[in-house]
Design a protein around this ligand. Structure first.
Ligand SMILES: [Zn+2]
Length: 101
């Protein structure tokens, strides 16, 4: 099941966090370019001051982080979290050239 491309474009293209939900809080979570201006594509936890916060991170790492966040913070069952992360993360721009082993 592929995600709606429009919905996908509203998310951080590294971790999949919703970034453009239409509320004023959105701007708080945007990443920043080297000159400090906000970037639309990434959240501040993934991208800050013009560079990825964790440049060595692989897509597999990101899936694991996402599952951990969904189970601990959002209290989703682990099976569901794994399913959602494996679906969402590979569709994001940062990981387009990587494939899950
Ligand atoms: Zn992010």
């Amino acid at each position: 099941m592929a995600m709606d491309p429009k919905e996908l474009a509203t998310r951080c293209q590294s971790c999949g966090m919703p970034l453009h939900t239409g509320i004023p809080m959105d701007a708080v979570f945007l990443g920043t370019a080297a000159d400090g201006t906000p970037v639309k594509e990434y959240c501040r936890f993934c991208y800050a001051n013009g560079a990825f916060v964790e440049p060595q991170l692989t897509m597999k790492d990101m899936v694991a982080k996402s599952v951990s966040h969904m189970t601990r913070v959002l209290h989703l069952p682990e099976e569901k979290a794994k399913e959602m992360s494996a679906e969402l993360i590979p569709q994001l721009r940062r990981w387009e050239k990587q494939a899950l082993p």
